[in-house]
Design a protein around this ligand. Structure first.
Ligand SMILES: NC(=O)c1ccc[n+]([C@@H]2O[C@H](COP(=O)([O-])OP(=O)(O)OC[C@H]3O[C@@H](n4cnc5c(N)ncnc54)[C@H](O)[C@@H]3O)[C@@H](O)[C@H]2O)c1
Length: 413
């Protein structure tokens, strides 16, 4: 069978990470890229890594004409316009076997809904990229515990967090472009993986029904004058005027529609986690059994003393969002695999070559957007939101959080 020719729209941080992951994926090659910046560098990376003769295209339309599937890997604030261009390209004759969208699907429920409408009207098979569902640690934990889940009863509590010291580009920090702060950016991961952990054996991703949500958002580090100034100088975003949350936590209650049992998923996310680098921490608790994942634990530890630190490599070669280049460093030898990027690409390739349906579609991404936006609404109103209330869906559709509107000072200060 011929390789699936994949095209990237966007050539920044996640595109480079996915290109790294592609080295471990069979049946596909990176055939093209379109991006405002970084396309030539990405094409060179692809050639060097042997993952494809990646050509640089000057428009979405040109890219779509020359590849089998595309991945939307550009910032959140250009998602809809880029998808409109993909849909136009398909109308003009491009034959796409699939399209990938990175998380979060939309910055608001209305935006996520628009994306689902566009992709379904264009008739393109679609995959929503939530890498944490594909993490081998999570998959293995759930498989290993299957006998206990079936005999003792399912997991009743999932606690999921993703934390690091803050994003790498200014647009992530700007709530009006990104869609909020850390809850929009990383809460979508933790909410999704908590829901997934709580899903009974053999049931679909959205089987457990969301019943209610509570949430709390705060600006703990980057609102302080010293750090606000740093942020303004480094990222060009002024948290004195347009702040976003750097900490978010909350609980979602889910109901099993067959048994009526209620279970809880907790999420905690921050951009103020100053340890060695990115940490994903998840645990699942069931009656008589438990699992725990902590990505800062590695079989590999490297120590670099002060005297030797002069000759150190770029800190990020140890770990995503690394904050230190000396001392005792946790080093992950294959982050692309650890975080689930390899497995999510394999899943998309299988889906677009008609082997099986993808684990997560854009419709699922819309459900995640709804839960994250409901969490913003719960935090803003300081109340537990009843997700079974018939009017709530309509309210969420017209909702943009105060933080995303640039009015974060009303909530955070
Ligand atoms: N799954 C994950 O763990 C993960 C990690 C990082 C980012 N992401 C997601 O990936 C997306 C991109 O994030 P990033 O960190 O790569 O951002 P980035 O800023 O590092 O890179 C963005 C890329 O998109 C290009 N771009 C911007 N506007 C464009 C336009 N109108 N047309 C074409 N190209 C355009 C830029 O030139 C750049 O190449 C975001 O939605 C983000 O949420 C996911």
């Amino acid at each position: 069978m011929k390789d699936l020719r994949l095209g990237f729209i966007g050539a920044g941080f996640i595109a480079r990470f996915q290109a790294e992951a592609l080295r471990n994926v069979r049946g596909t090659q990176l055939a093209g890229v379109y991006a405002l910046k970084g396309a030539e560098e990405l094409a060179a990376q692809a050639k060097k890594a042997g993952i494809g003769e990646c050509r640089v295209y000057s428009s979405v339309a040109e890219l779509c004409k020359n590849v089998d599937a595309v991945a939307l890997l550009a910032p959140n604030f250009v998602r809809v316009e880029l998808m409109e261009e993909v849909a136009d390209a398909v109308k003009a004759g491009a034959e796409l076997k699939g399209i990938i969208c990175e998380k979060p699907l939309g910055r608001t429920v209305a935006e996520a809904k628009r994306l689902v409408d566009l992709v379904e009207e264009a008739g393109i098979p679609n995959a929503y990229f939530e890498n944490q569902l594909h993490m081998k640690c999570i998959q293995k934990a759930l498989q290993q515990l299957e006998p206990q889940r079936l005999s003792m009863g399912e997991l009743t509590l999932a606690r999921c967090s993703e934390e690091h010291s803050g994003p790498h580009e200014g647009w992530f920090w700007d709530p009006t472009r990104q869609g909020g702060g850390v809850l929009s950016d990383m809460g979508c991961h933790s909410v999704a993986v908590a829901w997934y952990i709580l899903t009974p054996v053999g049931k679909p991703l959205t089987f457990m029904e969301p019943v209610s949500v509570t949430a709390d958002v705060a600006l703990l580090k980057w609102g302080q004058e010293k750090y606000r100034k740093q942020l303004l100088a480094r990222m060009g975003v002024d948290y004195a005027k347009v702040p976003a949350e750097d900490f978010a936590t909350g609980t979602i209650t889910f109901r099993n529609p067959e048994t009526g049992q209620l279970v809880r998923g907790q999420f905690t996310n921050s951009w103020m986690y100053d340890k060695q680098g990115l940490r994903l921490l998840m645990d699942g608790l069931g009656p008589g059994y438990t699992f725990e994942v902590n990505t800062l634990r590695s079989p590999l530890e490297v120590f670099i003393g002060d005297e030797a630190a002069e000759a150190v490599l770029d800190a990020e070669s140890a770990l995503e969002k690394a904050t230190a280049s000396r001392g005792l460093l946790a080093v992950q030898p294959n982050e692309a695999d650890l975080y689930g990027y390899v497995a999510e690409l394999e899943d998309a390739v299988a889906a677009f070559t008609q082997v099986r349906a993808p684990l997560a579609s854009w419709r699922y991404g819309l459900e995640i957007t709804k839960l994250c936006q409901a969490a913003y609404m719960a935090a803003e109103r300081r109340e537990t939101l009843d997700l079974t209330d018939g009017n709530m869906q309509a309210k969420l559709e017209g909702y943009t959080s105060l933080i995303a509107q640039g009015k974060g000072a009303e909530v955070l200060m």
